[in-house]
Structure formats: C-alpha cells, structure tokens
Design a binder for this molecule. Structure first.
Ligand SMILES: N[C@H](CCC[C@H](N)C(=O)O)C(=O)O
Length: 274
C-alpha cells in the first residue's frame, strides 16, 4: 500500500512528514532510518509523524525521529513545517502542536513566516539531562560549553571564530560524551553582536545539518545566561537565519522562520526493512 508524504524543510533542515492521524503505517525505527537514508530511501534529517492529539487544546500530536531512527522530544524547524502544513490544509493560521516537550502554540504569519512558542528551556543538570550534578552554564568539558534542554539536550560552545572547531570532527565525539546519558546536540556559536550570532549544529542522530531550530533556541538561551546577547537575537546558520526571543515574562522561547514544502510523494513501507 502506498503511503503519501510531504517533503519539507526549514532553512534546509529537511523532513519527511507522514500523517498517521487516520491509520498507522508500521513505521518502526529501523524502517524510519531506511526511509531517511539519502541513497536508498527518500532522505531526510528528521522523519515526522502526525498522530491524533490526546491532550485538550492540541490540534495534532507530533513525533520526531532522527535519521538513525532515534526519537527526539523537540524539533523546531519541523514544528514550523507542521504548523504550515496544517494551515495549508484547513486555513487556520493558529494551531497547537502536542509534542513530547509539551504543547507548542504556533502561528503562520501573513508573510508566511511561522512563529512557534517552543516553551521554557530546562536548565538543571538532571533535566538536560547530564550524567552528574554540574553547573549547566559551564560544563566540565574542554571548550567550556553551556547546556540547556528545549525538550531535547543541547550543548553550546562559544567560539571566537566558528571555524576554530570542525563540527564533523568534534561533533560526533561530543554527541557521545559520557556526560550526556541521552547523547546531545552540539552547537558551535560565534557571537557577532549583542543581537546576532552565527551557529552550526551537529545534531544527535542526524549529524551536521543546515539549520537547527531547537539548537538556535538553546544557543540564545545559553548566550543570554552568559550575558553575551540580548533576549531577542538573530541566529545565522548555513541554511539561513531564525529570529529567537527568550521572553522575560514567562521564560518561553519564541522561534520565527520559514517553512517550505519541496514536494509530495508516496512510498511503499513494505519495500523497507522493519
Ligand atoms: N533539527 C531539529 C533538532 C532535532 C534534534 C534531534 N537531533 C535530537 O535528537 O534532539 C530542530 O530544528 O530543532
């Protein structure tokens, strides 16, 4: 049986989006990893599955899976894409996404840019999570990174020059550091001004991506905590820029950026190993 999907991206961080609100399609982690493979499958950074919401006030339950089949509690760029997909389907600019990180209100603006309230970051060591009680503003690792969770674990390194570290070398080593019992997404940031930074992210389970929404949120939170930037900051990544605000009133992080549909298609799940 052929299953329809939408191929979408947020600043080049790309996704396969499958709707399971009516029926399940037997998407095991192994099958998801096979579908995410850029040579033998459709190819994507994350595989996104829509399920019926099971919390009051939510429009849809969204699950995010990395290219290795592991599940993530948050995916900022994909959250914008899901909000855009819902709007194109029912014409409502506002939606609420139920995720493992909580309920995320989203709005598709008149210009087409999408804003998602990513919720409040978790800053305690056990909530990132880390393997031991440490100050999350200064982890006991070379390079003195900071850590925060946006529903998924992030470590942010602040570099004088973003080219001082090669994410392809440092990323996989740090992703699997024993300090991160659930692994971690590794951000490499260069502060450009009080209102802007450059960022590259080695993503847990997916590798170096062109952009990372939750990574941008975590990087701004960590930079504000260190007094490096203002609460509204532009985050420039290889694939483009996001506007991030860590709102003082309620501690929530707002992320605004584009969402793009590249194409739609179908696949036969039985053609992939389960
Ligand atoms: N690309 C996503 C992040 C995926 C995070 C995932 N790699 C994890 O295991 O936490 C974003 O835009 O936020």
């Amino acid at each position: 049986m052929m299953i329809p999907f939408s191929k979408m991206h947020g600043l080049g961080n790309d996704f396969v989006v499958v709707d399971e609100r009516v029926e399940r399609h037997g998407l095991t982690p192994a099958r998801i990893a096979a579908l995410a493979d850029r040579h033998r499958g459709i190819g994507c950074d994350q595989f996104v599955v829509l399920r019926p919401a099971c919390r009051d006030g939510a429009d849809v339950f969204v699950r995010f899976f990395n290219a290795d089949g592991s599940e993530s509690g948050a995916c900022g760029n994909a959250s914008r894409c899901v909000a855009d997909l819902l709007w194109r389907g029912d014409g409502r600019r506002e939606s609420v996404l139920q995720t493992r990180a909580g309920l995320l209100p989203a709005r598709v603006g008149e210009t087409g840019l999408v804003t998602v309230d990513m919720g409040a970051p978790a800053l305690e060591w056990r909530d990132v999570p880390l393997a031991e009680p440490v100050d999350t503003l200064h982890l006991p690792l070379a390079g003195d990174p900071a850590a925060a969770s946006m529903g998924n674990p992030h470590a942010t390194f602040f570099l004088d020059d973003i080219l001082d570290l090669d994410p392809l070398v440092a990323g996989p080593l740090l992703e699997h550091d024993p300090l991160f019992p659930e692994r971690a997404n590794i951000g490499f940031a260069q502060i450009l001004s009080r209102e802007a930074m450059r960022l590259r992210v080695w993503e847990r389970g997916s590798g170096l991506t062109l952009a990372c929404g939750s990574g941008a949120c975590a990087a701004v939170v960590n930079a504000v905590r260190r007094g490096l930037v203002e609460r509204t900051c532009r985050v420039e990544m290889d694939g483009g820029a996001l506007s991030i605000t860590w709102r003082e009133a309620d501690g929530h992080v707002l992320m605004t950026g584009p969402a793009t549909t590249s194409f739609v298609g179908t696949f036969d799940p039985e053609a992939y190993p389960s």
